[in-house]
Design a protein around this ligand. Structure first.
Ligand SMILES: Nc1nc2c(ncn2[C@@H]2O[C@H](COP(=O)(O)OP(=O)(O)OP(=O)(O)O)[C@@H](O)[C@H]2O)c(=O)[nH]1
Ligand SMILES: [Mg+2]
Length: 178
């Protein structure tokens, strides 16, 4: 879960390239199959859900696409929710873990403005860390906002552009699988 453009698809693709497992990606968007095509162009498996206007996925949408999968099982399924920090937060999709991505260009105040989504995260990825010297961003302020609502989720800094932190992100995935 994340804002539009925070790097959800990029982080999933980065992980897929480092994970030596059979993985399915379920892409949720209001419209288009752009993200599913990106995953497939990378040589990986993906299914698209178009909500047609709804700002979040639901468990019944996931159930429906899962029931159409014929050649599983998969070791891991990623679900990319519709991009926003509000609607997806309270919904249980049947997932084992909730991953919340924040990215530097969104600003360091997001945990204060959208506390619910940060409170439900099992892990928080701070993406686009390569931009740290290009914008005003106070990491300590961001972390303080996260810790006000979530004391235990690890915060992993990543860049899909430079590769920084991606192994740490994948290590978290492996750790969570076992
Ligand atoms: N500089 C920089 N750009 C990034 C990084 N990660 C992703 N991007 C760029 O950010 C833009 C959005 O990335 P996506 O992965 O499509 O983001 P998303 O969250 O899946 O976007 P939606 O599905 O549209 O909500 C693309 O132009 C990416 O190349 C990063 O770590 N650093
Ligand atoms: Mg995407």
């Amino acid at each position: 879960m994340a804002s539009p453009g925070a790097g959800k698809t990029s982080l999933i693709l980065s992980a897929l390239k480092l994970i030596n497992q059979r993985v399915l990606v379920i892409e949720g968007d209001i419209a288009s199959s752009i993200d599913t095509l990106k995953i497939k162009e990378g040589g990986f498996e993906a299914l698209q859900i178009n909500t047609g206007g709804s700002c979040h996925l639901t468990a019944s949408m996931i159930k429906k696409v899962i029931s159409e999968v014929k050649d599983g099982p998969y070791k891991l399924i990623f679900i990319e929710n519709v991009g926003n920090l509000v609607c997806p937060a309270p919904y249980d999709l049947g997932e084992n873990y909730k991953i919340v991505i924040s990215s530097l260009p969104e600003g360091d105040d997001k945990p204060y403005k959208y506390p619910k989504i940060f409170s439900v995260a099992d892990v928080i990825i701070l993406n686009k860390i390569d931009l740290i010297n290009s914008i005003d961003y106070n990491y300590e302020y961001f972390e303080k906002g996260v810790r006000a609502v979530n004391i235990k989720a690890p915060i992993i800094k990543t860049s899909c552009k430079t590769g920084e932190g991606l192994q740490g992100w994948v290590n978290w995935i492996y750790h969570s699988l076992n």
